[in-house]
Design a protein around this ligand. Structure first.
Ligand code: TYD
Ligand code: MG
Length: 452
């Protein structure tokens, strides 16, 4: 019998060591090195070996022909957009997210709505449990096969029989291959099973969707190299207490990473939210002070987002500043600008800021709405609900232009806003907007326009 070979892996970052040590020299974590048995064998689970196939010849880039068939639509518009127009043949997509966020639900829904033959492999739930879940979801796909299996060799046997067009694996951490003797979820198993699936995907041009667990600090569990190996990394996030979820691309070899998909979790599964502004803006009867709406862009998609601020006299000596969904450093900067450049006395006030809907915004165009919300709360005067803002605020207190302002104005107009505040320096196309565009260049302009 061949001698069993073992190696030591850091369970945190995947670095390989020849012997055990207490602290990983790569990621500096203590006690993360574990011994894993590896049995080196030449043959792999997916048999169609490269030696049989003709070796690829180099081609001129102009001679490579693309056909439309290279993308498969998932019939799920939000997912298609985040993917950049559908699943690319032969691609590997990794979907990560916290437990209970809805990863299995999303991919089962895709399996049931896509008009292709799908094999859904679950290592976490039994066929009955999946059937029960499928009963709650509305869509039906006669050609959806469910398999409960964790051994890649058996999965490939099923694939050879069923010949699916799309393969879904729930989850990569439950898989194991015969060629490695480590337990499922260990670094070497994850790396090896993913490598087998990638080989299968590339050789058969079948798109593979993988579900991945995440660690407590939000990274996908397993070796870091996993994210390099796959073509697309999607992150499914959102507050579990909120009913909606956001799907983002962290990496996409075939599209932009700035697109965003929004879903609402209902009792019949995930509903695609086509007009996200409707849920991001709170419904209220009267205008309240301290709220302002910003016309932001997430990728190419306009989003109207509500900013809420609460400014009150500090109870303790040091005023508190807290922010949810918006960079706290940027909030402090804006407060300093308000104090120094516009003369508002906020130094002794507590300031709390919240972006509703539990989402995080990086778009600098939200600055003006943050400033407006703070001023509104400070004066206890409300801003009419039909007003919105889209501009960046600079250190000199100047209101700076933002990109694609026409897109933002159009969206605000479509949703029934009557006034939008933008920078004077923004080039706006000379279209006949029914929405009133207010051009501002200083914080005082905003203040005078709203509260005087
Ligand atoms: P699930 O897809 O199992 O999460 P994950 O695979 O990411 O761990 O989602 C589970 C949650 O979704 C669970 O809390 C119940 C909820 N849910 C609904 O609200 N409606 C539904 O139709 C389904 C199927 C699940
Ligand atoms: Mg699951």
């Amino acid at each position: 019998m061949a001698k069993t070979k073992t190696t030591f892996f850091c369970q945190n970052c995947g670095t390989q060591y020849a012997k055990w040590i207490g602290k990983c020299t790569a990621c500096n974590e203590w006690n993360t090195i574990a011994e894993e048995i590896i049995q080196k064998e030449e043959k792999r689970a997916w048999k169609q070996s490269t030696s049989i196939k003709k070796t690829q010849k180099a081609l001129k880039i102009v001679d490579i022909v693309l056909n439309d068939e290279d993308r498969i639509t998932t019939k799920n518009n939000e997912l298609d957009r985040v993917l950049g127009g559908g699943l690319v043949r032969g691609s590997i997509t990794l979907l990560g997210g916290e437990p209970g966020i809805g990863k299995s639900t999303l991919l089962l829904q895709v399996a049931l709505s896509i008009e292709k033959k799908v094999l859904y492999v679950s290592g976490e739930e039994s066929q009955n449990q999946i059937k029960m879940r499928a009963e709650r979801l509305e869509s039906k796909n006669e050609d959806c096969l469910i398999l409960t299996e964790t051994k890649t060799q058996n999965i490939f046997k099923n694939i050879e029989e069923a010949q699916p067009d799309v393969l879904i694996i729930d989850s990569i951490q439950t898989l194991h291959t015969d060629f490695i003797d480590a337990s499922p979820g260990s670094i070497s198993q994850i790396r090896e099973t993913t490598a087998e699936l990638i080989k299968f995907a590339k050789e058969t041009s079948t798109p593979v969707l993988l579900i991945g667990h995440i660690t407590k600090d939000g990274h996908i569990a397993g070796p870091k190299i996993l994210e390099h190996m796959v073509d697309v990394v999607l992150q499914f996030e959102g507050d579990r207490n909120h009913t909606y979820r956001i799907l983002r691309a962290q990496k996409n070899r075939f599209g932009s990473t700035s697109e965003l998909g929004i879903y609402e979790m209902q009792s019949i599964g995930l509903r695609e939210v086509e007009n996200p502004s409707e849920i991001l803006i709170s419904q209220k009867d009267e205008s309240l002070s301290g709220t302002a709406i910003s016309a932001t862009l997430e990728g190419m998609r306009p989003l109207m987002i509500e900013v809420q601020a609460l400014v009150s006299t500090a109870v303790y000596g040091t005023p508190q500043r807290s922010s949810t969904g918006y960079n706290i450093k940027r909030l402090n900067m804006l407060l300093a600008v308000l104090e120094k450049r516009a003369g508002f006395r906020l130094g002794a006030k507590d300031v709390f800021l919240n972006i509703t809907g539990g989402i995080k915004v990086d778009d600098p165009a939200i600055d003006l709405a943050v400033v407006a919300a703070i001023l509104s709360s400070n004066d206890d005067e409300s801003i009419p609900q039909e007003f919105c803002f889209a501009a960046e605020v600079g250190l000199a207190g100047e209101i700076r232009p933002v990109n694609r302002v026409d897109r933002r104005i159009l969206e605000a107009e479509k949703l029934g806003f009557t006034k939008i505040f933008v920078s004077k320096f923004n080039k706006i196309s000379k279209k006949n907007y029914s929405i009133k565009i207010v051009l501002v260049s200083k914080i005082e302009d905003i203040y005078n326009n709203l509260f005087v």
